[in-house]
Design a protein around this ligand. Structure first.
Ligand SMILES: Cc1cc2nc3c(=O)[nH]c(=O)nc-3n(C[C@H](O)[C@H](O)[C@H](O)COP(=O)(O)OP(=O)(O)OC[C@H]3O[C@@H](n4cnc5c(N)ncnc54)[C@H](O)[C@@H]3O)c2cc1C
Ligand code: FES
Ligand code: FES
Length: 471
């Protein structure tokens, strides 16, 4: 199947009739011979293929880093794609200069990915936050230089852009003036405005929906060329709204859009801490909530978060809409009550009122860019030292993302105390059935969940539950 795809690649307008399931990486390297973007793992793990995607919406252009190895052409319609070649300026850019001065490149294979990621950090408004600068390169791996010099280069970039001559300005015009971006960027918003297409209805007569592609393109990239596919991007909501005490998040909303949502920040002030534990920035820029819930992984991080919020999913088949509690969606390992042709349009939850606490914990083999061995979320409402309503969820301890109904029921009406915590741990163990696999033995996962539950209590009620007392 071919489709007409229009986008801007660096300064060139691309208008081509092509199979939309082909990855951007293959198109860039094989069709356009732009080989500065490297092929590494093809699984979103190394960052060698990182490019910038400029998305024009509501008159505003925003740039994000994405892994081109997991990005189908069908998802980049009307965007500005920037490879390392498209960042070429008359002189080397301040980011490239920092890498040279700090000796942050040896064989050079990973370097385009790092330069693109740090440029993306500046383009997305970053300037003074060192942690965010480091997070922006959290998805880039270097096999030979060593990370100290790369971190020094990143530090230098942060310092340069906060110096008097740059004064933290990271709008496109200022970045062109500083030599970070070539001049053609100035015309991109007007050029993209002409490329925008009207959203169309989702075609339900499909074999496979494609969301961000970050799961599908790791699992079965070849197969997608042989079946009928339907791209959801641009066709399903990507909004986060509140109305009538309900928060609704569109199925096409990316992890990073949730991470930066003012509404979700106001409800869950620690949200950035949770999302730091999830994937890398380029993956979070593509991965959607719909994909996380429908791929039905027992350790899907946002699935676990929304289970503790007692969320529901709103499904649409094109002719019929229905709503289902998230905790009733899964029937077994990777099986769920979604009919062929139904897509997840929204996920919703009641906005908590009164006194409440929320926490998410995750343990994985690596602290960053790794899937969980065990993860868990907890949402407690309480008043005067007593839990009035509780919901706990856990991943990696059963074939499905699990809502711990017995533990949650037990907690309602109990005092916030060491005794309540200890009794909850006992009940929890009766609700789970973890298996031994590469992520740890069943016994280890049981122990992990106990520790994560203790962490919930310590984090949510630091005045009452002290870490030292639980050692
Ligand atoms: C390097 C890397 C790191 C990762 N780290 C994490 C992590 O830390 N935590 C984590 O939870 N996940 C992680 N993932 C997994 C993945 O990114 C997430 O599960 C993501 O949410 C999938 O969303 P997507 O939009 O990319 O889904 P896709 O790959 O597009 O689709 C996944 C499945 O969902 C279906 N689908 C997608 N959207 C919808 C919809 N709206 N309605 C109906 N069906 C739909 C597709 O048909 C497909 O079956 C990681 C992946 C990679 C490659
Ligand atoms: S090739 Fe490794 S992240 Fe894309
Ligand atoms: S410089 Fe060789 S892999 Fe990073």
């Amino acid at each position: 199947m071919t489709e007409n795809i229009n986008f801007i690649l660096n300064s060139a307008l691309i208008s081509t009739l092509i199979d939309p399931t082909i990855t951007l990486l293959d198109f860039i390297r094989e069709d356009r011979k732009l080989t500065g973007t490297k092929t590494g793992c093809r699984e979103g793990d190394c960052g060698a293929c990182t490019v910038l995607a400029g998305i024009y919406s509501g008159g505003t252009l925003t740039y994000k880093t994405v892994n081109s190895c997991l990005l189908p052409l069908g998802n980049i319609k009307g965007q500005h794609i920037v490879t390392i070649e498209g960042l070429s300026t008359e002189e080397i850019s301040p980011v490239q200069k920092a890498f040279i001065e700090e000796g942050a490149s040896q064989c050079g294979f990973c370097t385009p990915g790092f330069i693109v990621s740090l440029t993306g950090y500046l383009l997305s408004g970053g300037s003074s936050d060192r942690d965010k600068a480091l997070d922006s390169i959290g998805g880039n791996i270097c096999r030979c230089t060593g990370y100290s010099s790369i971190k020094r280069a990143a530090d230098k970039v942060v310092k340069i852009f906060n110096s008097e001559s740059y004064s933290g300005k990271t709008d496109i015009e200022s970045l062109i003036n500083t030599g970070l971006l070539p001049g053609y960027f100035k015309d991109i918003p007007a050029r993209l405005a002409e490329l925008q297409e009207k959203p169309q209805r989702v075609r339900a007569e499909t074999d496979k929906f494609i969301g961000g592609g970050t799961d599908l393109y790791v699992q079965q990239p070849g197969k997608l060329r042989e079946i009928r596919t339907e791209f959801l991007k641009g066709h399903i909501p990507e909004t986060i709204d509140s109305e009538g005490g309900i928060c609704r998040i569109g199925g096409g909303t990316t992890f990073e859009a949730m991470n930066s949502s003012p509404l979700l920040h106001s409800l869950f002030p620690e949200i950035e801490k949770y999302f730091r534990l999830i994937a890398s920035l380029p993956i979070r820029n593509s991965a959607t909530i719909g994909g996380n819930i429908v791929n039905a992984s027992p350790i899907g991080d946002t699935t676990i978060i929304f289970l503790a919020l007692d969320a529901w999913v709103e499904l649409n088949s094109g002719t019929k809409k229905r709503t289902l509690p998230l905790k009733e969606l899964y029937t077994g390992y990777k099986t769920l009550k979604i009919e062929k042709g139904e897509y997840l349009e929204y996920i919703g939850f009641y906005i908590p009122t009164g006194k409440y606490a929320f926490n998410f914990e995750k343990v994985s083999k690596r602290s960053h860019l790794d899937i969980a061995s065990v993860n868990s979320a907890a949402f407690f409402e309480y008043s005067e030292g007593v839990i009035t309503n509780a919901r706990i969820s856990a991943g990696g301890v059963s074939p499905v993302p699990l809502f711990l109904s017995k533990s949650s029921e037990f907690l309602a009406g109990k005092a916030i105390s060491y005794e309540t915590l200890s009794n909850t741990l006992g009940i929890m163990q009766t609700e789970i059935l973890p298996i031994s696999d590469v992520r740890g033995s069943g016994e280890y996962k049981r122990l992990l969940l106990n520790q994560l539950c203790k962490a919930h209590f310590i984090s949510m009620f630091p005045e009452i539950i002290k870490e030292e007392a639980l050692l």
